[in-house]
Design a protein around this ligand. Structure first.
Ligand code: ITT
Length: 200
C-alpha cells in the first residue's frame, strides 16, 4: 500500500491522524519510524512557517510526500499566548497546564481557541497549507485523562466535556486538527489527478 509520512514525533498526533485517515487507502508513517531524522528547529514566526518547515524537512529526508502540523492554544486574555509557543510554554504537559491556569487566576475572560496549520510537501516543495480551529473556554481545573497537551483544560463550545474527557472519536469530529485535515483531504482529492504521479 502507498504511504505518506506525517512529520511529527508526537505519538498522540500520530494516533489522531491514524483515526482521521482510517478510511483512506494509504498507510501512515511518522518520524517515529525514522529514528535518524535530524529534527527541525521550530523557530518560525507563526504556525504556518513551522508546519511548512517540518513538512519540507520530512519530505526531503524520507523522499516521499509528507505533511506536518503546527498547532497550539491561543488564549484571548493572554493576547493569544501561548500560541505558537504552546509546546515550549513549560517543560511538561502538567506544568504547562498549571502555568496557564495560574496566568488565568481571577480572570473572568476564559475564551480560547486551538489552532492547527497543516502543510503538505511533495517532491521537495510545500504545495499548500490549511488552517483549522476550534473555539471554547479554559476550565478552572483539569478534567479527564484522555488526549494530550492542554486537552484536560479546554472545553469546546457546545459541549459539557473537556477534550480530556471526551472519546477521541468525538474530538476527531470537532477539533482544530480535524478541521484542518478535512480541508487538506479535500484539496488532495480535488488535485489527485494532478498529483497522481507524486502521490505514490
Ligand atoms: P511535533 O512538532 O513533533 O509535531 P509537538 O508536540 O512539538 O510535536 P507542536 O510543535 O505543534 O507539536 O506543538 C503543539 C503543542 O500545542 C503541543 O505540544 C500541545 O501542548 C499543544 N496542542 C496542540 N494540539 C493540541 C491538542 O489537540 N490537544 C492538546 N494540546 C494541543
Amino acid at each position: 500500500m502507498a504511504y505518506i509520512v506525517v512529520a511529527t514525533g508526537n505519538a498522540h498526533k500520530v494516533e489522531e491522524y491514524r483515526r482521521l485517515l482510517a478510511d483512506q487507502q494509504v498507510e501512515l508513517k511518522s518520524l517515529l519510524d525514522y529514528p535518524g531524522f535530524p529534527g527541525v528547529e521550530e523557530d518560525g514566526a507563526d504556525f504556518r512557517e513551522n508546519a511548512a518547515k517540518k513538512a519540507l524537512a520530512a519530505c526531503k529526508y524520507c523522499d516521499v510526500p509528507a505533511f506536518a502540523d503546527d498547532s497550539g492554544l491561543e488564549v484571548e486574555a493572554l493576547d493569544g499566548a501561548p500560541g505558537v509557543h504552546s509546546a515550549r510554554y513549560a517543560a511538561s504537559d502538567p506544568e504547562r497546564i498549571a502555568k496557564l491556569l495560574e496566568a488565568l487566576r481571577d480572570q473572568p475572560n476564559r475564551r480560547a481557541r486551538f489552532v492547527c496549520v497543516i502543510a503538505i510537501a511533495v517532491n521537495g516543495e510545500v504545495i499548500e497549507t490549511f488552517e483549522g480551529e476550534v473555539r471554547g473556554t479554559i476550565v478552572e481545573a483539569p478534567r479527564g485523562a484522555g488526549g494530550f497537551g492542554y486537552d484536560p483544560i479546554f472545553q469546546p463550545d457546545g459541549y459539557e466535556q473537556t477534550f480530556g474527557e471526551m472519546p477521541g472519536e468525538l474530538k476527531d469530529q470537532i477539533s482544530h486538527r480535524a478541521d484542518a485535515f478535512r480541508k487538506a483531504l479535500q484539496f488532495v482529492e480535488d488535485e489527485m489527478s494532478v498529483l497522481d504521479d507524486d502521490f505514490c
